[in-house]
Every structure is written in structure tokens, then in C-alpha cells.
Design a protein around this ligand. Structure first.
Ligand SMILES: Cc1cc2nc3c(=O)[nH]c(=O)nc-3n(C[C@H](O)[C@H](O)[C@H](O)COP(=O)(O)OP(=O)(O)OC[C@H]3O[C@@H](n4cnc5c(N)ncnc54)[C@H](O)[C@@H]3O)c2cc1C
Length: 538
């Protein structure tokens, strides 16, 4: 069989390792790759260890039956102009990563039998909301003001994480001025002070699936961050999401580092109160005094570190304060016609039973036969101008919906592809229900689907190295965001953290986390000139 070009990275073998890495990174998601690439730029030789068969974490893509799908990237915001986000992507990829804009209507929300949407551009977004809710001008304008105001708060939240504990204490009065209290309140509470129009609140929260918590449970900080992120529209990486990692890896190699796949770390080693390296699944030990874990909090503290070290450094008390985000189902659909022929849009669909998102989640968790609280449909081949060059005459669709991990826990000790008939039947039934949502919105597709497959939270664990099928690592409650131990620094000398658990979810969230981790490791004096190079004179 022809090897897939989508498989990137270098297959791990102990003899392929160099002797003297300056840093070892566990996990090749956006967080890990960003830290590795920035450190490489500063002259470090970095070894990235990825347990999967390909690099990229949730930015990887896979091929089957002549189709190609992304597992964790549907749209990225803030890359249409020379923003800081765009400049960082440009730097990491050496300008190779290209972005294709989605339709001006990037998100469409089907809320019960009503349809609302979000369109690109700050003023257009506001005017479009007003067209949909003509009596809500004051609330809409106040909402736009809040989005503008949170910018400083978001930066302060991020920068706080780079500071050493004594610096945090010193900066606390200044930082608290920058971080308005409403950032850490729940989203619904903040929005219901602006309006009692439940359809408007539901429309503003129509992207709750982008962080995995409905508005009465999520923090306004993350809500605002996501709303701002997409305010100028959604963009798709030309060539598919795997291009993100593919374009970053050369930077790591240029400095003598490597990204190894099939490279599962089983232990973070510690001796005399500091981290000394990692142990691989084959028993091989890689010694290194700087270990960066982007494998997530649950893996790092729950599995990889010795329990005694976790307890000694006080993490046993911290861990119960955070929990996993929702798990999810993924449907990967292939069709033997092009996106244009099938009339597939460059707009994401969000389908909700009604405007009470929290109640719908509660019902669903209690009863698997209740309606899905949210069904998200994305049309990657329509968004990617290069898709047809790679897979002529075909199109793809991806559907994502939440699913409690508990429903799948019975298959914890089974292997991918061999989980048994009961598992296959359960997932097939869930898949059929989700496909009906697709046909209901795009009836022309009925009878035209060539192939589809369903992933479950067990697939997420298997391929992406999670423990409970987490969609976004730790759940994004306000309490989680207040945990000051979630950041690049750990109390264990030699161990650093990065990725979505240290800042927020999202490819950009993980990328920014990667930057903060690098900053924390090398210090501002070394990072300053690099930031200047990346961001220019700003
Ligand atoms: C269905 C879905 C849709 C999404 N859609 C979007 C979107 O449209 N836009 C957006 O911005 N974000 C989206 N996201 C979120 C985004 O993909 C993630 O927040 C982000 O990519 C996380 O990056 P990370 O580096 O923190 O973690 P990950 O990408 O999860 O990387 C962690 C890596 O660590 C590896 N690992 C774990 N344990 C070990 C070990 N012991 N040894 C070696 N390696 C290990 C894993 O295999 C994994 O590759 C989506 C996520 C999902 C699941």
C-alpha cells in the first residue's frame, strides 16, 4: 500500500536519537510544536516525542478510502490580516502555511425552527445581529463593547502565567485592574445582564461547542476570546490541517532537533527532586534536564510522573480542582462528487434543539435517546481550495457532537478495530442519528454518501492520547481559569507544561501557550529579540 503523505514526523527508534537534546517535548500538538520551534530558533536542539503514527496532535489529518479528514481543526480566526496570530503562524511555518477564507457567513445557528448566523467583520457582525434582533440595539452594542474591553484582560490572563510566583504577587494589583471580574463569571450571567432575549443570548453563545461548555457553565473569558477570535471570519489551512505541523517541523530540524512518531513516553523521570528525562514505552531512557509536557494535565500528573513526586510537590491537592472537558463523536463522510457539484457551503452549521443550551445538555447526559444538545457540521473540502487537486471528484463532510465518556467506559480495555459487535452497533446507531441531521439540512445529499465512519471517545483516547475522550483537555469553567498552577511553570524543577490545558483550547490557544512556555523557559531577555523578529516593531 502506498504510504500516506499525511503521515509526518520520523518514526522513533532509539538509534535515531541524538545524544544531547537541550529539551524533550512530550506530544506534538500545536502547543508542543510551537515551543519546540521557538526554542529551536533560539538554538536549542529539541526532541519531540509523539505517541501517534503522525505528528500534529489534534491538527493531524487522516486518509481512508480515498478521502481525507481533519480531526480537530475546522476553522481558525484572526489570520486574514497581519494580526499577532497570523504573524506567529507565518513565523512558525516560514510563510508556508496559507489560509483560505470561509464564506462571510462563517457560522449558521439552527436554533429550534429559527435560523440565525454570524458574519465576518466587526461592524458587519454587529449590523447583522441588529438585523436579526432589531429591538436589541443597546444590548448588542454593550456586548460589542465588552468584547473590545476584554482584550487587555485576555493578555493579562496570559502574561500572568509567565511570571514567577514572586513576580505574580508583585504584579497582582496591576493585573487585577486589567482583568475585570466579569471575565471569570459564567457567560450566561454576564449576557443576561445585557438582555433577556433568550434567542439573542443563544445566538451570541452559538459557538459554545468551540470550548465544550454551555453558557451557564462556561467562563465569559473563554466565550469572549472565541467570539473575538472569529469576529473577522473563519479561515481554513490550504491543503488541510496537517499542513500546520508539516510546515512547522522543518524549523525544529534546522536546529538539529526531530519530531518522532510512534514514540510513547511512559514515565517522566525524577531524581533528587528534579526531572532528569523520560522513559519510552520500549524502556529506553532519554536523559534531559528540560522536559516540556504538552500531553495534558491528566496524562502528565495522573500517569507520567511518579505518584510520590506528584504528592511531594503538592499537586495531589490541585488535581481534584479541575476536570475533563466533554467527550465527542465524530462522523467522517465521503462523497463521490465535488463540493461545488453537491452545493456544500463554506459555512459551519450548528444545530440546536432550542435556545436553552444548558437544559439540552442536562437532558442528553441523563438520557442517550434525548436529542443531541448540539450537532456541528463542517465542510472541509468546500473550504480547502486545494482539496480537489489531492482528491479529484470527491467531497468530505465532518460532523461533531458531544457524547459523555461514561457511555463508552465499558470498552476501556479493548483495542481499536476490535471492540466488539455491541460497540459497533452502539456507534452505528449514534452515527445514523447524526447523519439524519445532515440530510435534514442538506436533503440533496441523501443517497449520495459513498462512505462514512464514526469515531467515539474511545477513538480519541486511542489516537490522541487522552484518558476520557476529552474534546478540549480540561473543561473551561471559570474555576479552572483561576487555577494559577495551570501554566508553563511547574513546582518540579526541570518540568514545564504547555498546550491547551495551560491557557485555553483552540489551535491558537495552544500556539499561544507554546509561546508562553518558551518565554518562561528562556526568560524575557532572550525572548524579547525573537518576539521582535516575529511581531515586528509592535
Ligand atoms: C473535534 C474537534 C474540533 C476542533 N475544532 C477546532 C477548530 O475548528 N479550531 C480550533 O482552533 N480548534 C479546534 N479544536 C481544538 C484544538 O484542536 C485543540 O485545542 C488544540 O489543537 C490542542 O493542542 P494541544 O497541543 O494542546 O494538544 P493536542 O493537539 O491534543 O496534542 C497533545 C499530543 O500529545 C500526545 N501525547 C499524549 N500522551 C503522550 C505520551 N505519553 N507520549 C507521547 N505523546 C503523547 C498526543 O498524541 C497528542 O498528539 C478542535 C478539537 C476537536 C477535538
Amino acid at each position: 500500500m502506498k504510504p500516506s503523505t499525511l503521515r509526518i514526523g520520523y518514526r522513533y527508534r532509539p538509534k535515531r536519537l541524538a545524544q544531547d537534546y537541550d529539551a524533550v517535548v512530550i506530544g506534538s500538538g500545536m502547543g508542543g510544536l510551537t515551543s519546540a520551534a521557538l526554542l529551536s530558533e533560539l538554538g536549542w536542539k529539541v526532541c519531540v516525542l509523539e505517541q501517534h503514527y503522525t505528528a500534529g496532535g489534534y491538527t493531524h489529518s487522516y486518509e481512508r478510502n480515498g478521502y481525507e479528514w481533519d480531526v480537530g481543526v475546522h476553522y481558525i480566526g484572526d489570520v486574514g490580516t497581519a494580526t499577532r496570530t497570523r504573524k506567529m503562524f507565518d513565523f512558525l511555518s516560514d510563510g508556508k502555511l496559507q489560509w483560505s477564507p470561509m464564506a462571510a457567513e462563517y457560522d449558521r445557528f439552527y436554533i429550534g425552527d429559527k435560523v440565525f448566523n454570524a458574519v465576518a467583520g466587526k461592524q458587519a457582525f454587529r449590523d447583522n445581529l441588529l438585523r436579526q434582533f432589531p429591538d436589541e440595539e443597546a444590548a448588542i452594542d454593550r456586548y460589542m463593547e465588552l468584547l473590545s474591553q476584554v482584550s487587555g484582560g485576555l493578555s493579562a490572563h496570559a502574561m500572568d502565567k509567565v511570571l514567577k510566583p514572586w513576580q505574580q504577587k508583585l504584579a497582582a494589583p496591576f493585573m487585577s485592574l486589567k482583568k475585570p471580574k466579569y471575565l471569570y463569571r459564567n457567560t450566561y450571567a454576564v449576557l443576561s445582564e445585557l438582555t433577556d432575549n433568550q434567542d439573542l443570548i443563544a445566538t451570541l453563545c452559538g459557538q459554545w461547542g468551540d470550548m465544550g461548555l454551555p453558557p451557564k457553565q462556561s467562563s465569559f473569558l473563554v466565550h469572549a476570546m472565541i467570539a473575538r477570535h472569529y469576529l473577522y471570519g473563519g479561515y481554513y489551512p490550504v491543503g488541510g490541517s496537517w499542513k500546520i505541523a508539516e510546515s512547522i517541523i522543518p524549523r525544529i530540524r534546522k536546529a538539529g532537533g526531530e519530531v518522532f512518531t510512534y514514540a510513547r513516553v511512559t514515565k517522566i523521570l525524577a531524581e533528587a527532586g528534579r526531572v532528569t528525562g523520560v522513559e519510552m514505552a520500549d524502556g529506553h531512557i532519554i536523559e534531559c534536564e528540560c522536559v516540556i509536557s504538552s500531553a495534558g494535565i491528566a496524562n502528565t500528573f495522573g500517569d507520567l510522573l511518579p505518584a510520590g513526586v506528584v504528592a511531594k510537590f503538592g499537586y495531589s491537592q490541585d488535581l481534584p480542582k479541575v476536570g475533563p472537558s466533554f467527550a465527542h463523536l465524530g462522523i467522517y463522510v465521503g462523497l463521490r462528487q465535488t463540493a461545488a457539484e453537491l452545493g456544500l457551503p463554506k459555512t459551519n452549521f450548528w444545530i440546536y434543539p432550542d435556545n436553552d443550551y444548558d437544559a439540552a445538555v442536562e437532558k442528553f447526559v441523563a438520557d442517550p435517546n434525548a436529542e443531541f444538545p448540539v450537532v456541528y457540521i463542517s465542510f472541509p473540502s468546500a473550504k480547502d481550495p486545494d482539496y480537489e487537486n489531492r482528491h479529484p471528484g470527491t467531497a468530505t463532510i465532518e460532523i461533531v457532537a458531544p457524547a459523555p465518556y461514561a457511555w463508552f467506559a465499558a470498552w476501556d480495555d479493548t483495542t481499536w478495530g476490535k471492540r466488539g459487535e455491541d460497540y459497533e452497533a452502539f456507534k452505528a446507531a449514534l452515527g445514523e442519528r447524526l447523519m439524519e441531521h445532515l440530510y435534514e439540512k442538506l436533503p440533496q445529499l441523501r443517497g449520495r454518501v459513498d462512505y462514512y465512519e464514526v469515531s467515539t471517545p474511545q477513538s480519541t483516547n486511542w489516537f490522541s492520547g487522552y484518558q476520557q475522550g476529552e474534546l478540549y483537555g480540561l473543561e473551561h469553567t471559570a474555576d479552572r481559569l483561576k487555577q494559577d498552577w495551570l501554566g508553563p511553570r511547574t513546582r518540579i524543577p526541570g518540568l514545564w507544561l504547555t498546550g491547551q490545558d495551560t491557557l485555553t483550547c483552540g489551535v491558537t490557544g495552544a500556539m499561544m501557550a507554546g509561546m508562553l512556555t518558551t518565554m518562561a523557559i528562556v526568560g524575557m531577555r532572550r525572548m524579547g529579540p525573537l518576539m521582535k523578529e516575529i511581531y515586528g516593531g509592535e
